[in-house]
Design a binder for this molecule. Structure first.
Ligand code: NAD
Length: 411
């Protein structure tokens, strides 16, 4: 099932459960705008190559569109508009004054030199500059884009506007207006949601065990902050394999091992297991933090975790959702669990608008408060409507978005 079809299943379930006005549902099902651009780049050998890029604004009803820019060979218009829709929902669940957007360029970054990558980035901004802005649409990093690329985008956009423009983009380096606490933010939110889920299940975090799939930005911070919260991290994986130690793994020490060897595998005192085995471990919380489509109808019945807290986007397929629901597993969906990143991006934007910067403690305190509030709201909705946390998260998002639409007279 493609990403778009997958995104429609919980959306339709939420529309049905909340008996949403059909006009409002039809508006939400369509993006407001989708722009396709052609970006010519003079390559290092002198020939010109033309790349295709996109920017989609799914919704701007509650504020500027917000969402990352992805550089990948599989980027396409359908993917971009689905991801933009997810961003509208993620921002609404977190209670942020934003709509949802997403961008992307069809490119294999491993084939570009640094100069070509910079030329492509600047060319993309030249083509979409009229479409974005701090009050209109605010990009950020996504797959294969990072703080350095955000810096080039910020520089190009500032040149076009003829003035310093940090607030039109987030995920920047601190020297050009980035926020403290951004790097750890997604993992921090995932752990906050996981700890709230443990409270629901009446499990003491200090006695809880967890397994983390993926050890990149989200996975490594999830493992470290779960460890800090008192959970025992018994298994971790990356694309090369998984490791297990019933006595617990110190993720900080594991990180040093990864820096030296490039992988979590062969970590001292641990046993090698497969990624499939990691997903099926008998732990209190499973944190899938790698990529989409990891828990499917093929393995869902074998999952033994009491709670699944989705750090990655779309790690569970709709078929698997049904099976997990029947098993009574408490699943904290991606649009709630991994909203910490966009929440601190919002803080970065606020700080840019004010030209006044907060301490890391202030960022963490504000992020945690918003995350706990969002979790409680979604949990209450799941009880009220007798639906899963995933459908409840969509009900939360749709209620906010359509209330703003109603009050703006759109239906
Ligand atoms: P990343 O590239 O930093 O890390 C991905 C990790 O997953 C790596 O350790 C990689 O080795 C591992 N991995 C890849 N395939 C795997 C497999 N089959 N089995 C086990 N491990 C595998 O990416 P990231 O930024 O940590 O993002 C991870 C997920 O979280 C993605 O779905 C992303 O969309 C989502 N997400 C990221 C952020 C963020 O702020 N970075 C925010 C929200 C959602």
């Amino acid at each position: 099932m493609g990403l778009f079809e997958q995104s429609q299943i919980p959306l339709k379930a939420a529309i049905k459960a909340m008996k949403l006005d059909p006009g409002a549902a039809a508006i939400v099902e369509h993006p407001e705008r989708l722009l396709e651009v052609s970006i010519p780049v003079k390559m290092d050998d002198g020939h010109v190559e033309v790349f295709t890029g996109y920017r989609c604004q799914h919704s701007t009803v509650m504020g500027p569109a917000k969402g990352g820019v992805r550089y990948h060979q599989n980027v396409n218009a359908d993917e971009v508009r689905t991801l933009a829709f997810w961003m509208s929902c993620k921002c609404a669940v977190a209670g942020l004054p934003y709509g949802g957007g997403k961008g992307g360029i069809i490119v294999d970054v491993s084939k570009l030199s640094e100069r070509e990558l910079e030329a492509l980035t600047r060319g993309y901004i030249d083509k979409i500059a009229f479409f974005i802005g701090e009050k209109l649409d605010i990009p950020a990093p996504d797959m294969n884009t990072n703080a350095k690329i955000m810096g080039w985008m910020m520089d190009e956009y500032s040149k076009i506007k003829g003035q310093f423009e940090p607030g039109f983009i987030t995920g920047k380096d601190l020297s050009v207006g980035g926020s403290l606490g951004r790097t750890a933010a997604t993992g921090r939110g995932v752990v906050t949601a996981g700890v709230e889920a443990l409270k629901v299940k009446k499990i003491n975090p200090k006695k809880a065990t967890c397994a983390v799939q993926g050890f990149g930005n989200v996975g490594s911070w999830t493992a470290k902050l779960a460890h800090d919260a008192g959970l025992k991290v018994v298994a971790v994986s990356d694309v090369y394999g998984a490791i297990y130690n019933a006595k617990g793994i110190d993720p900080y020490d594991l990180e040093a091992h990864v820096k030296k060897t490039g992988s979590v595998t062969k970590y001292k005192g641990s046993k090698a297991i497969s990624n499939e085995e990691l997903l099926e471990l008998d732990v209190n919380i499973l944190f899938p933090c790698a990529m989409e489509g990891q828990i499917t109808k093929a393995n869902a019945a074998k999952i033994k975790a009491k709670i699944i807290c989705e750090g990655a986007n779309g790690p569970t397929t709709p078929d698997a959702d049904k099976i997990l629901d029947k098993k009574g597993i408490l699943l904290i969906p991606d649009i709630l669990a991994n909203g910490g990143g966009v929440t601190v991006s919002y803080f970065e934007w606020v700080q840019n608008l004010y030209r006044y910067f907060w301490s890391e403690e202030e960022v963490i305190e504000k992020q945690t408060a918003l995350m706990v509030k969002a979790f409680k709201e979604v949990y209450e909705l799941s009880k009220e409507y007798k639906v899963s946390m995933r459908v409840a998260a969509y009900i939360s998002a749709l209620s906010r978005i359509t209330k703003a639409m109603k009050n703006r007279g759109q239906f």
